[in-house]
Design a protein around this ligand. Sequence first.
Ligand code: C2E
Ligand code: MG
Ligand code: MG
Ligand code: MG
Length: 285
Amino acid sequence: AKEMGKNTYQFYSIDMNMAHQMSHLNLENALRFALERQQLQLWYQPQFDLATGQLAGLECLIRWRHPQLGLISPLEFIPIAEENGLIIPIGDWVLNEACQCVQRWRQQGFVVPQIAVNLSVRQFRPDLLLSQVTQALQNSGLPAHVLELEVTESLIMTRINEAIAILQQLKQLGVKVAIDDFGTGHSSLSQLKNLPLDTLKIDRSFIEGIPEQADDVVIAETIVILAQKLGLNVVAEGVETQAQMQVLRDMGCACAQGYFYSKPLSAPDMENMLISMAKQVTEVY
Ligand code: C2E
Ligand code: MG
Ligand code: MG
Ligand code: MG
């Protein structure tokens, strides 16, 4: 029985591996058509100013609505798109779609101070990125200062000289730059000082332990102080409870986003939220 169990296990694990590889191949093929078949969607998660409670901005997060598999997470298909280069047209679509959608909301009278767009390391090329961003702003009419690009610290630190040049050019366009998942990569603090950045986003893994785990509270507070001293905005990611929100607000963290406020919403649901927030404002006055 033991022998059989072993065989069964081996067979099963080979089978699973094949299934995994096949689905990877299928996914890769299907992803090639996802753009033209309009299966990609942007969802939006609001970010709030902790001092005033006002909407500070939105982060757009891509989803793939596959006809058979349903809604697929970016964690599953962005790595595939990065491997095969599809991230370039997909990233371009994301930039244009986000700028257009938010500019439409602004023209309808909704106050959306900022839209944050995630960038892949593959997009972070001087020849490519600047013309893509310029085009997206021109096509939509979105003011440059409303757009914030999110990059990771590893992306910046591994190609520091190229990164500095690109960041400086983005700054000249008037676009903002945030470091996503801050604290999980390997930032050199001396480099950080020299980079033209606007925002640090405290990684969700540090927010998770607040308020119970003292070390997480200390790390979050240290990042908040670092941001303040460097003159940067700071956003806490993954805020799920009121207790977390209060601790972050009391330590002077500027902004927060997370399930406590709202999960990422489809564009129509986001628009409904903007409508109900606008109603609340008019009811107060
Ligand atoms: P990220 O940029 O760090 O985005 C935050 C992730 O945390 C999102 O997952 C969001 O849905 C999730 N999240 C937000 N609040 C909470 C919370 O309170 N609790 C928990 N547990 N999770 C929360 P999502 O949408 O699955 O995106 C995952 C990652 O995929 C993103 O991490 C980003 O790195 C990447 N990504 C998403 N959209 C794009 C895109 O358009 N382009 C590129 N290159 N990458 C993208
Ligand atoms: Mg992000
Ligand atoms: Mg993040
Ligand atoms: Mg991330």
